[in-house]
Design a protein around this ligand. Structure first.
Ligand code: BMP
Length: 363
């Protein structure tokens, strides 16, 4: 049903969470369905590549645990670039443990993923509680953030916005969680979370309100539209691994079908799938499919020849993934990272992915 819908149309369908609606609008405005898989091993390289290709992508995917010097500086640097260049951050963590453990892995440890990544992903191997556990941890993070913002607003001199919980800090302010330092004060964190339950309930609702100022092409340029779109809402979302790109993977048949059922039961938190083809089959489905294992065939080689690496990775072209398989976002790592001019190569992937999308929806 979503196969021939434009990204803009899908942003206002019912059952679309606020973060998914934001991403769909972002894709439509920047005209990019490209996600860069920034598989680099130092903070300097990560921030450099984010800066270099940020204008060409809708999502930046990270593997924080391969960054040898990952620290607060990495998180802040990434958030800063994401805000300026308008993309979402997706930590490719592939959670796969019991609920209690994934909550700690998601919010704690040296990476504190929930703080800086809007999107993360999980296997459903342990059963559906992995989703509810991550959702609960995400809600606490959002609640802490909202309370921190609220505390900041009410503590500052009175303004018109004093009672407005939806106010988001201005783009120049640093992470308010930082100032409240909730992560280092467990007791305080507990009370902060309880005060703000009502706020988090409000932020988590599925409410893709139409935005006439950006949901129609009124001729405004990209920068003007991005300004109207504003910053990403402070929300969290999950992708479920429904299929993999690697040779001989076991995420097939009934497993993939169960994954879709679990996603349907948690539409407020699960924005979509990592998969090799679109999985929207019921009228209510509006899941976003992001697909890794994408590379353009080398110059002179025809599309269709099997491509891969020596360790099981298998590649398809952007055209096949978007036009024939109906996927929404192409995830590209080495195809861009190994290019001599990565900015230009990212643009080439962006154009390919976008052309395939336009052809699919008949634009
Ligand atoms: P590359 O384009 O360089 O092959 O990188 C693919 C990226 O996508 C890697 O970060 C890998 O961990 C991830 N990935 C994948 O390749 N296949 C999957 O099925 C799921 C993934 O997350």
């Amino acid at each position: 049903p979503t196969w021939t819908c434009s990204y803009r149309e899908r942003a206002v369908l019912p059952n679309t969470s606020s973060l998914a609606a934001y991403l769909l609008r972002l894709i439509a405005i920047k005209k990019t369905n490209l996600c860069l898989s920034a598989d680099v091993t130092t903070t300097a390289e990560l921030l450099a590549i984010a800066e270099e290709v940020g204008d060409s992508i809708c999502v930046l995917k990270t593997h924080a645990d391969i960054v040898s010097d990952f620290s607060d500086r990495t998180m802040k640097g990434l958030r800063d670039i994401a805000r300026r260049k308008h993309f979402l951050i997706f930590e490719d963590r592939k959670f796969a443990d019991i609920g209690e453990t994934v909550q700690k892995q998601y919010t704690g440890g040296p990476l504190r993923i929930a703080r800086w990544a809007e999107i993360t992903n999980a296997h459903i191997l342990p059963g559906p509680a992995i989703v509810t556990a991550l959702r609960e941890a995400a809600a606490s993070t959002i609640a802490s953030y909202n309370t921190a913002v609220h505390t900041e607003i009410t503590a500052s001199p009175p303004t018109d916005h004093d009672d407005d919980h939806d106010v988001v800090p201005s783009s120049t302010s640093a992470d308010p969680l930082e100032r409240l330092d909730v992560s280092h004060a467990p007791d305080r964190k507990h009370s902060v979370v309880s005060i703000s339950t009502t706020i988090s309930t409000r932020t988590e609702s599925i409410s893709p309100h139409p935005r006439p100022d950006i949901d129609h092409d009124d001729g405004a340029d990209t920068l003007a539209l991005l300004e109207r779109l504003g910053e990403a809402p402070y929300l969290r979302s999950l992708l479920l691994l429904a299929e993999m790109s690697s040779e001989g993977h076991l995420l097939t048949g009934a497993y993939t079908a169960t994954c879709v059922q679990i996603a349907r039961a948690h539409r407020d938190f699960v924005m979509g799938f990592i998969a090799q083809h679109a999985l929207n089959s019921e009228p209510a489905d509006n899941f976003i499919t992001m697909s890794p294992g994408v590379q353009l065939p080398p110059a002179g080689q025809k599309d269709g020849k099997k491509l891969g690496d020596a360790l099981g990775q298998q590649y398809n072209s952007p055209r096949k993934i978007v036009l024939e398989q109906g996927c929404d976002v192409i995830i590209v790592g080495r195809g861009i990272l190994k290019a001599a001019d990565r900015r230009e190569e990212a643009e080439r992937y962006r154009r390919e992915g976008w052309r395939a999308y336009e052809e699919r929806v008949g634009l």
